[in-house]
Structure formats: C-alpha cells, structure tokens
Design a protein around this ligand. Structure first.
Ligand SMILES: [Zn+2]
Length: 302
C-alpha cells in the first residue's frame, strides 16, 4: 500500500433530502484516518467564475446526453436550447434533473480535468453527488442502463439514480398501467407501496447514500465495489427492495469479509503512520529524529 487513501472530497449542492452531517460522520466513523471534506456542487466549486468557459462546458454536457437508451450514441450536435438548459443547470444545480440521461463515463471525463493537479494524485478520492440521471452502455444486452453510482475518479453518485435505477416491485409497474384510468392515481399507488421503494425527496436517501459512498471508497481501495451478501452495504442491488434491505434494513453494515478488509486497511494505515521502532534503535544511541548513530565498527566502510 504505497499511497493509501487519505482524502475524500464530497461535492454536492444542498439537497434537502440529504443529511450531510450524518453522511460525513458515517464515512469518518467507518473509514477512520481518512480526511473527509464536504464541498459545494462540483461545478460551483471547480469551474464557477469561468464565464468564458461556461458555454463550452454547457455544450460538452449537452453533447453527452443519451437520446435513445436502446441505441449506442450521444448528442454530438446539441441545439441552442439544450446548451442553454445546461448553462442554467450549472448556475443553479438545484433546478432539477429534468429527466435527461447522461453517459456516466463521459461525464467523469468532463469532470476529471477540472480537479486540481495536486488532488489528482493517488490517495485522493473525489465523489460527486448529482441529481442528473446517469447511464452506462452495456455491450452484453446492447442498451444503456440507469446507474445510482458510476465509480472511478471522480465517482459519481446520482440521487435520481437511487430512485430510478433499481427497479420498483413488479406489481407497481402492473398497477401503474391502470393508474389514472380508474379510481387510483399514481400518487395513491405510491402510497400503497409506501416503504417498498425510495421516492424523490425521500429522507431515507441519506441512509442509502452511505452505501454508495462505501462502494465508491471500496472501488478506490480494492478495485471491487460490490458484494454478493444481500445484507452488506456493498450489495449490488437491482431492485429497490434489495437496496432498502442492504442499506437500511440489514442488521449489520458489512459482511464478515468486508469488515475484515476495513479492519486490515485501518491497521495498515496505522502501521504506515506509526512504524514500529527498529529492534536496533532501542540499544543504539540516536541522533536526529529516526537517525541511528552507528559506532565506527558497525558503520559501512568505504
Ligand atoms: Zn460484503
């Protein structure tokens, strides 16, 4: 472990459904010895004030929109209205997700150059929380999939993705087809399924977000953010009910394997920061801090 993870930067605007004190406290408590810093929305923090660059940035964001989830391809020639929408969203990040899809990998490649050079080095992890809907292309079934998290540098976690990416119970979709046509509307339907999925503005998003932060951190530390244990925070949930169980309902935080990985990581960091004294240092006189004074007979000649 040459350069252990030491700094995490969490970028987000003030989404009312997220309790950031709880979120940061969780990361600090779980991954001790890692400094966690809350920052403003990524664009506000990194590129605000660059008015001349605003048009270019807005154009690039409009250009990574996915227009057809069934067809690989982006939006290489965005029109004025699309660029203008992105400009307004950059300047007012709380203005809503607008139901647009963005290629998550391309989004990372737009964000990465805006990170300061000294914070791009290993040991630093940037996590961007956004309400934009992010998707990634899957070569296996030849379509885009919505994601709650896209991990890397920076990792992107989507609040809308937490709501939309894992599927709601099957019965919900069946009944939704009839909602509006009879005596039940969608709001009523959601009430009936209360607790079985996370909705927009849901305060449980904070609890769920803890797991996605843990996944981003595990991706950085081990290269693998996921676990097969349904009760572990690293479980890769495809259904809302699975996600709620792994993040809120499970009686434990991490499975035994991942608990051990966290404990081992803490021990290794502690060793790096407080290396054990050399057995010789206890019997040899020392000079400046850490320097062992060798007697002439022990000193290397030549
Ligand atoms: Zn696990």
């Amino acid at each position: 472990m040459e350069n252990p993870l030491k700094h995490i930067y969490i970028y987000s605007c003030d989404f009312p459904e997220i309790n950031f004190d709880a979120l940061l406290g969780y990361v600090r408590g779980t991954f001790r010895d890692i400094e966690v810093e809350r920052r403003k929305d990524f664009f506000t923090h990194s590129v605000s004030g660059i008015n001349s660059g605003l048009d270019i940035l807005a154009g690039r964001l409009a250009g990574i929109k996915v227009l057809n989830p069934m067809k690989e391809g982006l939006n290489p020639d965005p029109i004025y209205g699309e660029i203008d929408h992105e400009k307004r969203k950059i300047l007012n990040p709380l203005s809503g997700a607008a139901g647009l899809f963005y290629d998550g990998i391309r989004l990372q490649s737009i964000l990465y150059p805006a990170i300061k050079k000294e914070e791009k080095v290993s040991g630093h992890l940037h996590i961007v929380i956004t309400d934009r809907l992010v998707v990634t292309w899957d070569d296996y079934d030849r379509r885009y999939h919505l994601r709650a998290g896209v991990f890397g540098q920076p990792s992107v976690i989507s609040t809308s993705g937490i709501v939309e990416a894992p599927a709601k119970p099957r019965e919900f979709y069946i009944l939704k087809q009839f909602a509006g046509s009879g005596d039940m509307d969608v709001a009523e339907l959601k009430k009936r399924f209360n607790g079985r999925f996370i909705d927009y503005g849901d305060s449980r998003i904070t609890g769920v977000m803890k797991g996605y932060l843990a996944q981003a951190i595990f991706y950085h530390i081990t290269g693998d953010p996921f676990c097969d244990d349904t009760g572990c925070r690293l479980f890769n949930a495809h259904w809302q009910e699975e996600m709620i169980y792994a993040q809120i309902g499970s009686p434990y935080e991490f499975c035994e394997r991942h608990k051990t990985i966290i404990e081992d990581y803490r021990i290794q960091i502690a060793k790096l920061e407080n290396p054990l004294p050399s057995p010789f240092s206890t019997c040899l006189p020392t000079g400046r801090k850490g320097e062992i004074l060798l007697s002439p007979s022990l000193a290397k000649r030549g």
